[in-house]
Design a protein around this ligand. Sequence first.
Ligand code: BG6
Length: 368
Amino acid sequence: EKGGWSSFMAKEISEEPEAVANTLLGRVVDGMVHLEDLDAIRDRLLTVNRVIVIACGTAAYAGILGKYAIEQWSRLPVEVELAHEFRYRDPVLDQHTLVVSISQSGETMDTLMAVKFAREQGAQVLSICNTQGATIPRESDAVIYTHAGPEVAVASTKAFVAQGTALFLLGLHLATIRGTLSADEIAQQIDDLKAIPEKISRVLESGERIKTLAGWMADTHSVLFLGRHVGYPIALEGALKLKELAYIHAEGFAAGELKHGPIALIEPGQIVFVIVPSPRDPRSLHPKVVSNIQEIRARGARVIAIAEDGDAAVLPFADEVIHIPLAAPLFEPLLAVVPLHIFGMELASAKGLDVDQPRNLAKSVTVE
Ligand code: BG6
């Protein structure tokens, strides 16, 4: 039931705080991660020497987000691959490979075939899934269920933030058993993660402003998205939402790649969303992305920046700034994605389209 909302998607975006909170519920106690879900593979996890994440669509972008955290915390190498590409490239797998599949529905055939194949090759398969008892979890060695609640709108929104949360929990669990983070460091990450749902609620308050922006852009034909590090999968997700919902040509790029090609696309009036890293980011990526903004602005782009509260450096160069609350840099994407989900929905609505049932798409694609 839509419960007073104009669409299932509007309702589901409004549930993003709970999607994160409920996925954490009972799994972070006294500064430690408790994933009973992993009991079936607990001993085997100690022998893992690499991780391959497989998924399709939005779930694959959550996988890219998870890669940064799992590598940083656990020092395990992580690859992320589209399930249908992974399945048919003769990948090198053994019993020390942990394959992590991600699927909201748990029924996506491309992902299911990749899961079956990985197990046949002797890999351990852990699935992150939002649907109890679905086929993919049944075919896996272990499951971490996301608790986003049923997602009805075809394009995924709240499942994405729940999948990111589940991957963060997995990363912290791996760091715990491998001893790559101290107990204090893990407790700190957990505190930061627990603060995210309330911060997402604050981001949701910018909904009206994003609706106004989307209204102005209803006749645009192309939108670009730039992000770097954990902002990169958010750029991909922002672009996918515009394709799926508003049928607008949209591309997400790694901001560092701009000068290697995409900058040729910039002409006066081109709309570019930029996910700006925190000025506090230890990698000092903030000035690099601000300089990307200056480069595209000098060529006439209309820049909409998603930046942290108090980030004054972007103000002179962006046409619009959507502020998000301060958060730990690895978790900021769970905030930055929310305005992009709203933007996709509002632009589709402004064009008079059905946001819950976009043309040509199905909620779960059960053919390869
Ligand atoms: C697509 C949906 O068909 O499948 C996307 O339109 C979704 O929204 C993708 O991200 C993967 O689905 P699932 O259920 O495997 O997460």
